[in-house]
Design a protein around this ligand. Structure first.
Ligand SMILES: CC(C)(COP(=O)(O)OP(=O)(O)OC[C@H]1O[C@@H](n2cnc3c(N)ncnc32)[C@H](O)[C@@H]1OP(=O)(O)O)[C@@H](O)C(=O)NCCC(=O)NCCS
Length: 180
């Protein structure tokens, strides 16, 4: 089977324990994937001009693109991409040089731009555009293009943020057991 990782400038992706990576994924360079996370078909994560870090028990669903911003005079650290623990990133999202905390759901087709910071326990609706350098406050639903803070999360939605991650940990365990 084709390896889903590529080394760049001598740095290879680092993969934790019990991680599922679909065979059509491409992880390049400085990419770290935490224990029990899963990376689904056609995800591209390019850690070339900065690094990408994905925490534990997070899932990056099919067709999502992850990239970063290079260091420059006006932005000495550039923008790495940091994704916390128990995060669900839906199908066909674009996460670019942003920071996501823990227990976040990024709805299908959402775009999160450079320098944006998403605090813990946030729900980003499908198709939402998060402009550069915005901060999304813990406990809220954000939707729209450009995004608005729609409303506080309901109790069931707060619980679902964690449950969604658990569902995907179980699903990837099934895939690992099948040797898929
Ligand atoms: C945002 C979301 C949670 C809304 O759920 P909901 O319970 O219907 O929300 P509410 O009833 O409180 O609000 C609905 C309002 O937001 C609007 N709305 C719902 N989803 C929206 C979205 N993604 N973008 C913009 N507006 C949205 C509705 O039209 C409605 O507008 P109105 O108040 O003017 O009538 C849901 O639609 C969504 O986007 N889920 C993401 C699912 C996903 O992508 N999962 C990951 C892959 S498995």
């Amino acid at each position: 089977m084709q390896q889903p990782t590529t080394s760049f400038k001598g740095i290879s992706p680092r993969i934790g324990n019990n991680v599922y990576i679909a065979d059509s994924v491409r992880l390049v360079g400085e990419v770290e994937v935490g224990d029990d996370s899963s990376i689904w078909h056609m995800v591209a994560a390019r850690g070339d001009v900065n690094y990408i870090k994905i925490g534990a028990r997070s899932n990056i669903q099919d067709g999502t693109i992850l990239h970063v911003t290079r260091k420059s005079a006006g932005n000495p650290d550039g923008n790495p991409l940091i994704i916390g623990d128990d995060v669900t990133v839906g199908h066909k999202c674009m996460l670019h040089g942003c920071t996501l905390g823990n227990r976040i759901l990024v709805g299908m087709g959402a775009i999160v731009m450079d320098g944006a910071i998403v605090e813990d326990d946030v729900f980003i609706g499908a198709g939402t555009l998060v402009p550069p350098n915005k901060r999304l406050e813990s406990g809220y639903l954000y939707v729209g293009n450009p995004m608005i803070q729609k409303r506080p999360l309901k109790e069931a939605e707060m619980a679902f943020l964690k449950q969604s991650a658990i569902n995907y940990v179980e699903l990837k365990d099934d895939y690992l057991a099948e040797g898929a």
